[in-house]
Ligand binder design. Structure first.
Ligand SMILES: Cc1cc2nc3c(=O)[nH]c(=O)nc-3n(C[C@H](O)[C@H](O)[C@H](O)COP(=O)(O)OP(=O)(O)OC[C@H]3O[C@@H](n4cnc5c(N)ncnc54)[C@H](O)[C@@H]3O)c2cc1C
Length: 491
């Protein structure tokens, strides 16, 4: 629906959206285009949540994800408002996507174009193996998009006969790690594929087989770098939102929510004062676990003993001025399999056995300098005491060794800025400092993940809800929530 038709469809119903992260802004746009009067409330002073970029010593750095997958979702959002994404946001294709490096000197390059043939030419797979992977991943993709990316589900939906069929097609009884072992014989390629389960906060051994669609999507749709950083995505969506009449309020933290005679009374704290607002409906797009204290009646919809996904530490190094690194290099440790187990099972920070991601935006975007360095970590313990005052310096020492010795960076590479798990917990109210919300193991996926509607008038969006964590799924969660909202409030 174009902007001009909004007034005609206006229902004059007031919708409050909590959180101006990707999920909240996407939900706001969908709702506005359906005629709602939409107001977005955000506790920070800028939009973006985890998908935010900020200047550090004059250079723009991402503070969360560094690449965009499935960009057609963003294009479609602009198109549904009658706009062209290109007029708001420029995307550059990242190719090669990743350089993977092992301690024995093995290097694997993942290209965007012709990925399979490139891996065959590098000697890491065969035509037969790649063909079997493609056909299985395509089948999982067909089923996943038909069932799990088109609407949310409840546990009782498992009784539907077509779910049994989908489960069979998706090998619901098998796990991602076992599928990778069957498909690929090269241990390095197997590790690269399995390590992606860190995005789910689970080990490949417990992740659903359907997770194979993730590397498949990256190969089919490519990975993209927005000019100006990932924060440009949320900023451009906020700009579009303002153009079509959405109001944004910053430095406003929702502290309580009460349903009174069909209205949602919401208390916001800001600048040492309190504001009370009344909405016809509310979309909560903050971390789902934090809703338990804001609206205690939501507790039955949210896991009592949640398993959190992983966290991370990030450094920004503006002094790296050369242009000799690829966009994305991943440096695995001596014992890569053990690292994933430590993060997921023992949830300890561990000692000197970390994967180091080094992102150099300048490889894709002219004139950009600096490095973004990330080490995946376990979530914080409930009391946060798993993070000690030495944790940061020990981890930086480790990353520094990788940068100096293995990558042979000779610049002055002291970090100018650091984000630790406690920052994700305190600044974004992210449960135990996780970066992907609830872990997406079998029992916290699909039917078992928090449904996008708590009750009439209160809806959930974001990484901790259906269909799951990560940028594209968060966008889809927004469409799930707004579809449910519109069913509850027909025109
Ligand atoms: C370091 C890092 C790396 C990542 N890498 C990738 C990647 O490679 N690929 C990928 O797909 N995803 C990645 N992600 C995950 C991805 O960024 C997130 O899944 C996504 O951005 C989450 O969006 P969201 O809107 O659900 O939540 P958020 O971005 O967390 O937004 C929630 C917003 O709500 C606000 N809020 C919370 N509570 C309240 C309240 N009570 N009142 C008012 N406002 C409130 C918060 O301040 C925040 O702005 C990464 C994340 C991080 C941090």
């Amino acid at each position: 629906m174009g902007q001009n038709s909004l007034a005609l469809y206006s229902k004059k119903r007031r919708l409050g959206i909590i959180g101006a992260g990707l999920g909240g802004i996407t939900a706001a746009l969908y709702a506005r285009m359906q005629g709602w009067d939409v107001e977005v409330y955000e506790r920070q002073n800028v939009p973006g949540g985890k998908m935010h970029s900020a200047a550090v010593e004059g250079q723009i750095f991402d503070q969360g994800p560094t690449v965009l997958t499935w960009p057609s979702l963003i294009d479609a959002l602009f198109a549904s408002a009658g706009k062209r994404r290109e007029d708001y946001l420029e995307l550059l294709k990242v190719d090669p996507q990743y350089h993977h490096n092992f301690t024995d000197g093995t290097k694997i390059e993942i290209t965007s174009e012709d990925t399979g043939n490139s891996l065959i030419a590098q000697g890491f797979t065969t035509k037969e193996e790649w063909g079997a992977y493609q056909s299985l991943a395509q089948r999982y993709w067909d089923e996943t998009s038909k069932y799990f990316l088109s609407r949310p589900w409840r546990p009782f939906d498992l009784l539907r006969p077509r779910m049994a069929y989908a489960g069979w097609r998706l090998d619901a009884h098998r796990r991602y790690g076992a599928i990778i072992d069957t498909l690929f014989s090269n241990r390095y390629l197997r590790h690269i594929m399995k390590y992606k389960s860190i995005y789910l906060g689970s080990e490949a051994a417990t992740a659903p087989a359907a997770f194979l669609t993730m590397p498949y999507l990256e190969e089919k749709m490519g990975i993209w770098q927005p000019v100006g950083g990932l924060g440009q995505v949320t900023r451009s969506l906020e700009k579009l939102g303002k153009e079509i009449g959405i109001s944004f309020y910053y430095n406003m933290t929702l502290t309580t929510l009460n349903e009174v005679k069909g209205k949602w009374l919401s208390t916001f704290s800001h600048d040492n004062s309190i504001t009370l607002e009344s909405f016809d409906a509310v979309v909560y797009a903050g971390d789902v676990m934090a809703l338990r204290s804001i609206f205690p009646a939501s507790i039955s919809s949210i896991p009592q003993s949640p398993r959190p996904s992983s966290s991370a530490i990030i450094w920004h190094i503006p002094t790296y001025t050369k242009n000799e690194l690829p966009h994305h290099s991943v440096w695995y440790p001596e014992n890569p399999e053990q690292e994933l187990k430590t993060i997921v099972r023992t949830q300890s920070i561990g000692n000197s056995n970390h994967t180091v991601y080094v992102v150099h935006r300048g490889a894709t975007e002219k004139g950009v300098q600096g490095l973004y360095v990330l080490i995946p970590l376990p979530p914080l313990s409930i009391s946060f005491d798993s993070w000690s005052k030495n944790s940061s310096s020990n981890l930086w020492e480790y990353a520094y060794e990788v940068l100096k010795k293995r990558i042979k960076i000779s610049d002055n590479i002291a970090p100018a800025n650091e984000w630790i798990p406690i920052d994700f917990a305190h600044k974004q109210l992210s449960y135990r400092g996780t970066i992907f919300g609830l872990a997406a193991d079998f029992w916290q996926s699909a039917f078992f993940r928090p449904y996008n509607r708590i009750k009439k008038g209160l809806y959930l969006v974001g990484a901790g809800t259906q269909p799951g964590g990560g940028v594209p799924l968060v966008q889809i969660s927004a469409s799930f929530a707004i579809n449910l909202l519109n069913k509850d409030f027909p025109t």
